[in-house]
Design a protein around this ligand. Structure first.
Ligand code: SF4
Length: 347
């Protein structure tokens, strides 16, 4: 059976037109699925029963199974989804006191980028996710909200390198931003990347105003190639040039992510060199104290070290925020739940 979410808008229009169905029927199905949180065609009660049966015979509405669901006291919820081929991916719902309801979604099973501090990259890349598998994570997480609540933000920051799977990600984001879909503004969508210059420029040319976050993690190429091995061939200067082009094309300030690893990239000289790199750029730095991952030897820096790092950046005129990972007790760091389920066995 075909996944309904895998169909392009054109394919669905053709399917409905071939059966002599008016266009508004397709709109109704999309509204049920994307806005009214239906989990089956049977629930779409304002569609004629024969149409519901026909749709159910031909398409599966959702194709994943919830293999694990963890909740944290801070309101964070994490799902481990099992896909039709048995592969598993993670996605997270984050709540904050500003009434933001943010989802963090994955774009690949595993990851080829090999960032040394990340659980997702430990076993390498298995495969790209499809457009439907990317979108389905958002729908599964939306179903966790109370009926009167809506999702406000999307961050594409889970397992995988999003810009290595743009062909599937972009149509999924179209459905998320579409007024007839989830209606979330592109300005509230963040795409995180280790920095693939060609793909950053492709995104810039689309001029779709997504917020771009580039994972830098080091202020020089030598240290960065140790922490983000996949970036060793590209070089920070090339990535910053692509980021500049993104800002020029979209007017959107780029965020640079910097995971702070005790004793490795957290010294005052690292902060000074980072400030030097970003001088004159309309950038924001997110400093993220490392969230410990079992099997990895890295440590969280002391609060005073983090404070000093941030202070040096601020004194140099760099916009900076400290971000703490939410949901620490539910393995909320990227790839941790999938890995702990693999090593402890599935429920
Ligand atoms: S941090 Fe992101 S890009 Fe790096 S290995 Fe993990 S999932 Fe891949």
């Amino acid at each position: 059976m075909t996944g309904f979410l895998e169909q392009t808008p054109g394919q669905l229009q053709t399917w409905f037109a071939d059966r002599g169905l008016p266009e508004y029927r397709l709109r109704q199905v999309r509204q049920w699925l994307l806005q009214r949180r239906a989990e089956s065609f049977e629930q779409m009660t304002d569609l004629p029963k024969p149409l519901r049966s026909q749709l159910a015979e031909e398409f599966s509405l959702l194709t994943s199974r919830i293999a694990a669901h963890r909740k944290s006291e801070d309101g964070t919820e994490k799902l481990l989804l099992e896909l039709a081929d048995g592969q598993r991916i993670e996605c997270v719902l984050l709540r904050d006191d500003k009434q933001h309801r943010t989802v963090c979604i994955s774009t690949q099973v595993g990851c080829a980028m090999g960032c040394v501090f990340c659980a997702s990259g430990l076993d390498g890349l298995v495969r790209n996710l499809t457009r439907g598998e990317i979108l389905e994570q958002v729908l599964r997480l939306q179903q966790l909200l109370d009926p009167e609540q809506r999702l406000s933000h999307v961050v594409v920051m889970g397992m995988g390198e999003p810009l290595a799977n743009l062909d599937a990600l972009l149509p999924a984001l179209d459905a998320i931003t579409d007024a007839d879909g989830l209606g979330i503004s592109a300005r509230r969508i963040t795409i995180s990347t280790v920095g693939l210059p060609a793909a950053i420029r492709r995104l810039a040319e689309l001029n779709c105003h997504y917020h771009l976050a580039i994972s830098l993690h080091a202020p020089d190429d030598r240290l960065r190639s140790q922490l983000v091995p996949s970036g060793s061939k590209v070089g920070i200067a090339t990535i910053l040039a692509a980021a500049d082009d993104y800002f020029t094309a979209t007017g959107r300030r780029v965020t640079f992510e910097y995971v702070l690893l005790a004793g490795l990239n957290d010294r005052p000289e690292h902060a000074r060199r980072l400030a030097e790199l970003l001088r004159g750029r309309p950038a924001l730095v997110n400093v993220i104290p490392f969230n410990p991952v079992p099997d990895l030897p890295y440590r969280t820096p002391a609060a005073a070290v983090t404070g000093q790092f941030v202070e040096i950046l601020e004194q140099a005129g760099v916009n900076v925020k400290i971000r703490y990972r939410k949901g620490e007790r539910i393995d909320a760091a990227c790839g941790q739940l999938r890995r702990s389920e693999v090593t402890q066995g599935s429920p």
